[in-house]
Design a binder for this molecule. Structure first.
Ligand code: FAD
Ligand code: MLT
Ligand code: ZN
Length: 478
C-alpha cells in the first residue's frame, strides 16, 4: 500500500520531488533539534493542482499529511511523528508571485515564498510588507499564516492574520477553495479565511495568499535604552504610545540574562548597556514625513523619559547600519540560547499591565524550584508578548535540566499566566509541544468547538493529526 502511494505521488509531482530515506533528514527534525520524526516520504508539489492531487492520493490511502513551509516553527508542529507513516508535504517549491495590485495595495503569492523574499518584492514595488521575525530568511508566508505569526511590528500592523485579505486552500478531501479576493470588506457568512489562519496545518493546506501592502515610511529610527525595571519599561511604552502615536512600530524588551548570552556567544555584536540595568528596551519609530521629523519626535520622547526617570541611558541609531546592528542583537537571543544548550521556552502573552507582577512572581517561584535557574526573558512587550525562557543553572548539564524540570517549570509559568489572565501561546502556536497543556488552560467549551470544527473539515483526521488537539479517532499519541 505504501509503495503504491509513493508511486502515485511520483506520478503527480515527478520522481525528483518525492524524497525518501536520508533525503528526508532536513524535513523531519524540528528547528531546535529536540525531536526527530520519520516520514514515509517528503512530497514537494509545484502547483495547487498537484497539492490537491497529492491530498486526494493520501486520502485514498488513508495516510496522514504534515504540511511544511520553512520548518522554523518552535512547537514541533511541522515535523512528522516517529512512526514513519506520515507524508510531509513541503510547499517550498511553490514560491511564485502571482500578482501585484498597487491600487488595491495587495500582493498575491504562493505559500512557499520565503518571508524575506516577500518583503523584498514588496519593497521593490514601492510598498512595505511589515511582517518581520528572526526566522524571516527561511520561514514561508504559508507557515506564517498557518501559525498566525507575530514578530516585531505587531504593535503597529498586527499579526499575520491582520495582513491577509484572501487565501487559496486545499481542503482535506482535495478540493481547492479559491478565496483569493483582495477585499477589505466581505460579510458573506462565516469567515473561512480566519479559520484557516492559525490552524497550524490541521484544517487545510494554504497554497496561496493575498496580502496587504502598506506605504513605505519616509524614515525609520531605532533607539536602544536601559531601564531599571519592567514597571519603567511599561511606563515608557505608555509614553511612547502617547507621544509617537501610530509612528511607534516596535517595542521590544530584553533582560540582562538574555543579553549576557548574546554577549557571551557573539561578543563581536557589542551589546550596548547590558550591564547597566536589569532590562534594555529597543524602540522603533516609523515616520511618514522625514528623518529629521522622526528624530525630533524620538528625542522629545527620550528626553521626557529621562526626566521622568524611566530611562537610565539611551542611544538613537545614527544610520541604517547602526539600526540594523541593534536589531541583529535582539534577533540573536534565540540563537545565543541555542548555543548555550537545550532550554525550556514559554511564549506567553498577558495584559501589558500585568507583566511586572507576573515576572516577579514567576521568577521567585522558579528560583525556589531550581536554585540558580537562568531566566531568559525577552519579547514583544508592546504586544504583551513575553518569551519567558529558562536555561540550566550555569555550569550544570543542560539536557539533564530539561529532562528533569521542563514539566515542573512549565507548570509554574503557565499557572501564573493563567492567574494573570494570559495565554500560554502568544505567537508560536500549539503544535505537538503544547498540545497536552492546552486542555488545562482553555475552556472546555472552546476545546469542544475546536474539536467539532476539526471533525467537520477533516473527518478522517488526515491533516497534521495529533497537533493542536488530540485526535479523537486514535487517542492522539505523539
Ligand atoms: P513551519 O515551521 O514549516 O510550519 C509551522 C506550522 O504551520 C506547522 O504546523 C505546519 O504544519 C504549518 N504549515 C506550514 N506551512 C503551511 C501551509 N502552507 N499550509 C498549512 N499549514 C502549514 N514566530 C513568531 O510568531 N514571531 C517571532 O518573532 C518568531 N521568531 C522566531 C525566531 C527564530 C530564530 C525562529 C527559529 C523561529 C521564530 N518564530 C517566530 C517561529 C516561526 O518562525 C514561525 O512560527 C513561522 O511562522 C513558521 O513558518 P514556517 O514556514 O517555518 O512554518
Ligand atoms: C523571537 O521573538 O525572537 C522568537 O519568537 C522567540 C523565541 O525564540 O522564543
Ligand atoms: Zn517572538
Amino acid at each position: 500500500m505504501q509503495t503504491q502511494l509513493i508511486a502515485a505521488l511520483q506520478r503527480i509531482v515527478g520522481d525528483n520531488n518525492v524524497l525518501v530515506g536520508d533525503a528526508t533528514a532536513d524535513y523531519v527534525t524540528d528547528w531546535r533539534q529536540r525531536t526527530h520524526g520519520q516520514a514515509l516520504c517528503v512530497v514537494r508539489p509545484g502547483s495547487t493542482q498537484q497539492v490537491a492531487e497529492v491530498v486526494q492520493a493520501c486520502a485514498q490511502a488513508q495516510v496522514a499529511i504534515v504540511p511544511q513551509g520553512g520548518n522554523t516553527g518552535l512547537v514541533e508542529g511541522s515535523i512528522p511523528q516517529a512512526t514513519g507513516e506520515q507524508v510531509v508535504l513541503s510547499l517550498r517549491r511553490m514560491a511564485a508571485v502571482r500578482a501585484i495590485d498597487p491600487h488595491n495595495m495587495t500582493i498575491t503569492v504562493e505559500a512557499g515564498v520565503v518571508l524575506q523574499n516577500l518583503q523584498k518584492t514588496v519593497d521593490e514595488a514601492g510598498f512595505l510588507f511589515p511582517l518581520s521575525l528572526g526566522a524571516e530568511g527561511s520561514c514561508t508566508i504559508g507557515g506564517n499564516l498557518a501559525t498566525n505569526a507575530g514578530g516585531t511590528q505587531v504593535v503597529r500592523y498586527g499579526n499575520a492574520r491582520d495582513l491577509c485579505l484572501g487565501l487559496e486552500v486545499v481542503t482535506a478531501d482535495g478540493q481547492v477553495w479559491e478565496g483569493l479576493h483582495g477585499l477589505r470588506k466581505d460579510n458573506t457568512g462565516y469567515d473561512l479565511r480566519n479559520l484557516f489562519i492559525g490552524s497550524e496545518g490541521t484544517l487545510g493546506i494554504i497554497t496561496a495568499a493575498t496580502l496587504r501592502m502598506f506605504p513605505q515610511p519616509a524614515a525609520q529610527l531605532t533607539a536602544w535604552t536601559a531601564v531599571a525595571s519592567l514597571e519603567a519599561a511599561n511606563a515608557l511604552l505608555a509614553l511612547a504610545h502617547t507621544q509617537l502615536g501610530a509612528a511607534l512600530t516596535g517595542f521590544e524588551v530584553m533582560n540582562q540574562q538574555a543579553l549576557q548570552l548574546v554577549d557571551k556567544h557573539y561578543p563581536h555584536l557589542r551589546v550596548p548597556m547590558w550591564q547597566q540595568t536589569p532590562f534594555c528596551v529597543l524602540l522603533e519609530a516609523s515616520d511618514s514625513e522625514s528623518e529629521s521629523h522622526a528624530r525630533a519626535a524620538f528625542e522629545r520622547l527620550l528626553e521626557a523619559a529621562m526626566e521622568q526617570e524611566l530611562v537610565v541611558d539611551a542611544i538613537i541609531a545614527e544610520n541604517l547600519k547602526q539600526a540594523h546592528d541593534l536589531w541583529h542583537i535582539r534577533e540573536s537571543i534565540t540563537l545565543a540560547q541555542a548555543a548555550e544548550g537545550v532550554n525550556v521556552k514559554h511564549d506567553v502573552s498577558l495584559p501589558v499591565s500585568r507583566i511586572p507582577a507576573f515576572v516577579a512572581q514567576t521568577d521567585a517561584a522558579l528560583q525556589a524550584l531550581v536554585p540558580g535557574i537562568r531566566l531568559v526573558n525577552f519579547g514583544h512587550l508592546g504586544d504583551g508578548n513575553l518569551h519567558y525562557n529558562t536555561q540550566a543553572p550555569e555550569g550544570s548539564d543542560a539536557a539533564a535540566f530539561v529532562a528533569q524540570f521542563e514539566d515542573a517549570v512549565g507548570e509554574v509559568v503557565y499557572q501564573a499566566v493563567h492567574q494573570h489572565g494570559g495565554s500560554i501561546s502568544a505567537e508560536h502556536g500549539i503544535g505537538a509541544l503544547k498540545r497536552d497543556k492546552l486542555p488545562h488552560y482553555k475552556s472546555p467549551v472552546a476545546l469542544e468547538l475546536m474539536q467539532r470544527i476539526k471533525q467537520a473539515l477533516d473527518p478522517q483526521q488526515l491533516l497534521n493529526p495529533h497537533r493542536v488537539l488530540r485526535s479523537r479517532a486514535s487517542g492522539g499519541e505523539g
